[in-house]
Design a protein around this ligand. Sequence first.
Ligand code: SF4
Length: 369
Amino acid sequence: MTLLDPTTAALPPRERKPVLEIRDLSVDYGYDQNAVHALQGVDLTLHAGEVLGLAGESGCGKSTLAYAATRLLPPPGVITGGSVTFTSARDGHGGDLLRMGEAELRAQRWRDTAIVFQGAMNSLNPVYTVGRQLVDGILAHKPRSRDARAEARARALELLDMVGIPKDRLGSYPHQLSGGMRQRVMIAMALALEPEIVIMDEPTTALDVVMQRQIVEQIMQLKDELGFSVIFITHDVSLLLELADRIAIMYAGRIVEDASSEEVYKMPRHPYTAGLLHSFPPLRGPKRDLAGIPGSPPDLVNLPTGCKFHPRCPYAFDECKLTDPVLGPTRFGAAEPERQVACLLNDERVAPGPIPLELGVRPEGDRIV
Ligand code: SF4
């Protein structure tokens, strides 16, 4: 049964109630002057039934954000500030995950928020059958009763069927399944308690493109049927253009652009977003040169002054070395109410001129897939 009532489902995702509000979230690895500032003041909102894509190069903080928001961050990661507020679309229960006690957090996980990790082989226990792992997980969240195990087994069979795995695979060990099947098992586990939010951390990275397409299509089909919200993390922005309602682009531990997929595709406003979009070839439309992004991501211990992207930015001007841009509305204001960008080109008081045309234009019909 879907989580969304018909009235809510009829609204565009951005007009639905937020289920997760991340505010000013900061994470360091280590302490003192050697601390790596992996996340700095991240703000993100996920609405009911929305697919929010999170993209950026390796090491930009995408996975750290997922682990911090679910309180699964391993040491030496330290959450140094912020809040992560969950509000149920079902009945309004919730609270700040960063301030919940252990018991409350344990109940919240899987029931309200589930996560699918990258690399299913590392997440599944190799010495237990997938059936046992599914059943144990379900039982850990259910009150003990005489029929609990039989009910959990029935639910495990139902879940395998839901993700397209034959039921007789319940007795298989992880190594007896293909990579695609293992990843489907992880998705089945995440959906076991019908959570309202599923965080997918590069769930298809280890798979070939055919299997990647199948898994993504299945996730989207399940999302439409069940109505959960998704945070989909990947370095592949072209994949997000296909499946996400909204895309947040991360660079050096910050969000630098947050806009609808269509806006990101048609008119990237941040030079880094534009660089990502020009780093893969179009499958349709005229051929174009792949520009890529010069240089490498910055050292998070010694971040550049001013805008963290300025050493690599083809549009950098003097002020970019001095002033750190803040994520905010674009200079197009009311014409782009949903979009936020952290770039000084959006500040008419300091920008040397109009926004460069190359930042905003991609040929019509140049769809990715
Ligand atoms: Fe480039 Fe300057 Fe904008 Fe940073 S603030 S992205 S350096 S133009």
